[in-house]
Design a protein around this ligand. Structure first.
Ligand code: PHE
Length: 342
């Protein structure tokens, strides 16, 4: 009786294992037949009611069936797993031709690119690069540059004061004083780095960069200044561009001028960047004011000099037609990448 039941269970289980639709269903069947509370366990319990001499044989049969079912289960499971993988492979389309995620490489910032290029051009005329402190003594930022106590640049609205006697430098001109104090004459230096002003709109940043040149020698004239700037403009913006000077005022140069050059975008024909004028302002310049020499204990009767300075972001804006100065500190890689040499 029990033996017939055992055969029944075996056949039923083998059929069920063979027709399980997925591994989950198969596992449930394993629990049903082979589990601790499964049908085979139940049948083992029936063994107690059998006559003593039949017990070993029946036990052996149960064990055989159990082993057979376990093997059948393993086989069915293997087959189902294979089938499931094949189904998944057929269903999920993997496009192996898609390129992987590329790692972006870093590169120099446009401010660094322009600084390097200006320094390279000027080094051909014998100018060496200098930096100087960004937190500057009032004396170097203003006093020694002949900027008097009541000058508007000294207003809190224009200058970040660190304490009573220190400011975040508002321009790179204090580097001129450091060089005049510490270097031998004649002298040709470029001063560059970040500068700070309380100013922020579409064309002004509170933290931007300047670069300026200082030349000191026995006989230096406006002609030397103009020749040097013209050379620089042609090298930096392109051959054939003209330069012009407009009288201006800086406390540390006398005479002083604003420098314009032909707009490098339209080559002087007129466009939106130069507001149809064909000219674009690039910076300030002049001959070193004798008062500046006196502050640095240099005899203005023996030595003369010129200086000119530019905003670096502005130079990049003009050269590359960048629409908004605020792009520079944002560090958006879409803006930076073209400058990184990729
Ligand atoms: N320091 C001046 C400024 O920030 C620029 C300048 C530099 C002018 C050198 C003349 C000579 O506006």
């Amino acid at each position: 009786m029990s033996s017939t039941r055992l055969e029944q269970i075996k056949d039923e289980a083998l059929k069920a294992f063979g027709s399980a639709a997925n591994s989950r269903e198969l596992y449930d069947l394993k629990v049903k037949y082979l589990g601790k509370q499964g049908l085979l366990t139940d049948i083992m319990k029936e063994m107690a009611a059998l006559p003593k001499e039949e017990k070993p044989l029946f036990g052996k049969k149960v064990n055989e069936v159990k082993a057979g079912l376990e093997a059948a289960y393993t086989q069915a499971e293997e087959a189902l797993r294979k089938k499931e993988i094949e189904e998944r492979l057929a269903k999920e389309e993997l496009d192996l031709t898609l390129p992987g995620a590329r790692r972006l490489r870093g590169g120099p910032h446009p401010v660094a690119v322009v600084t390097d290029e200006i320094a390279r051009i000027m080094s051909r005329l014998g100018y060496a690069l200098r930096t100087g402190p960004q937190i500057e003594k009032d004396y170097y930022n203003f006093e020694a540059l002949n900027i008097p106590a009541n000058h508007p640049a000294r207003d809190m609205a224009d200058t970040f004061f660190v304490d009573d006697t220190h400011v975040l430098r508002t321009h790179t001109s204090p580097i001129q004083i450091h060089s005049l104090e510490s270097e031998n004459l004649p002298l040709r230096v470029i001063g560059t780095g970040p500068v700070y002003r309380c100013d922020s709109d579409i064309s002004h940043l509170p933290n931007f960069h300047q670069i300026e040149a200082l030349c000191v020698d026995k006989k230096v004239s406006m002609a030397d200044l103009k020749g040097t700037i013209s050379f620089f403009v042609r090298e930096f913006f392109g051959a054939g561009l003209k330069t012009r000077f407009r009288p201006s005022f800086f406390p540390f140069t006398e005479p002083s001028a604003e420098v314009d050059c032909n707009c490098p975008i339209c080559k002087g024909k007129g466009c939106s960047l130069c507001k149809q004028s064909g000219w674009i302002e690039i910076g300030g310049c002049g001959l070193v004011n004798p008062k500046v020499f006196e502050h640095a204990k240099i005899d203005p009767k023996k030595w003369q000099g010129f200086a000119f300075g530019f905003g670096i972001e502005r130079m990049a804006i003009i050269k590359y037609g960048i629409p908004d100065i605020r792009l520079f500190p944002e560090n958006d890689v879409r803006f930076l990448r073209p400058f990184a040499g990729e």
